[in-house]
Design a protein around this ligand. Structure first.
Ligand code: ADP
Ligand code: MG
Length: 271
């Protein structure tokens, strides 16, 4: 089967086994920024906590079908996806049922590839997503493996704090194993520093250490610690709908254009 690379959505997983580093916040707001600049975007919520779904305004009682039904019973992406208040942005929501999935499918042979298959089955159907962004749980479990098997690339959020790099080598090792076993196409789209606090003298030092260690993998854009970003989810809104002018919204718009630049550079490169 040959798939035209031009019409495939780019599938990007937000992953870091550390919790509280900004995966969900970045999934919500980077996806919103991509939609705002004209991309057709689907957020796939693979965290049982469902914070990406809630933050995009989808209440728990409105999640009739979820990523659980997709991964467990083969429901389609179209069946489970719900439009959000943001034009061109939909979400495949999650529910707490996901917590039981790992044991329920532990003997199923294709258990790591169910999301990949669902995305492949969506090709050629409406809506024609240009980006599918997957919000991963804070662990390297079956759910994260489904994301990494389906993804073209990974975005790793790192919180701008003293221990930012702690745990990163374990994540990079996991990505290496994933490449060797279930997805040899997987690349790192980029590493994004989050919650940068300009009043904290340490922040600048952390950023320069991280850049020294990881080089060009680190996006130029840094997401500041911004109270509007943390307030927005309680209104069920991405920060761009809550306060378009705040520093957080502007940073996520900038990150979206940087992401697109990197994608364009990839398309130009011969392999
Ligand atoms: P993860 O998904 O990696 O566990 P979250 O995105 O849920 O992390 O972020 C953890 C907490 O930090 C949340 O309460 C979120 O609102 C807050 N947060 C994330 N990014 C920012 C930011 N740039 N400024 C302020 N608060 C933030
Ligand atoms: Mg999260």
């Amino acid at each position: 089967m040959s798939i035209n690379a031009d019409i495939r959505p780019r599938v990007i997983a937000l992953a870091n086994q550390k919790g509280g580093v900004g995966k969900t916040t970045t999934a919500i707001n980077l996806s919103t920024a991509l939609a705002a600049i004209g991309e057709e975007v689907l957020v796939v919520d693979l965290d049982p906590q469902g914070n990406a779904s809630t933050g995009l305004g989808i209440d728990a009682e409105d999640r009739e079908l979820s990523t659980y039904d997709l991964l467990r019973d083969g429901a389609s992406l179209k069946d489970i996806s719900i439009p959000t208040a943001v034009p061109r942005l939909s979400v495949a929501p999650s529910t707490l049922d996901l917590l039981g999935l790992e044991t329920e499918v532990s003997h199923v042979e294709d258990r790591n590839f169910r999301l990949k298959k669902a995305i492949a089955a969506h090709l050629g159907r409406e809506p024609d997503y240009s980006y599918i962004m997957i919000d991963c749980p804070p662990s390297l479990n079956l759910l994260t493996l489904n994301a990494l098997a389906a993804a073209d690339s990974v975005i790793v959020p790192l919180q701008t704090e003293f221990f930012a790099l702690e745990g990163l080598s374990q994540l990079l090792q996991t990505l290496e194993q994933v490449r060797a076993s279930i997805n040899n196409r997987l690349t790192v789209q980029g590493i994004v520093m989050t919650m940068y606090d300009k009043r904290n003298n340490l922040s600048e030092q952390v950023v320069s250490d991280v850049r020294e260690t990881l080089g060009e993998l680190v996006y130029e854009t840094i997401i500041p610690r911004n109270v509007r970003i943390s307030e927005a989810p309680s209104f069920g809104k991405p920060v761009l709908l809550y306060d378009i002018n705040c520093a957080g919204s502007q940073a996520y718009l900038k990150l979206a254009s940087e992401l697109i630049q990197r994608e364009k550079a990839l398309q130009r490169s011969p392999n």
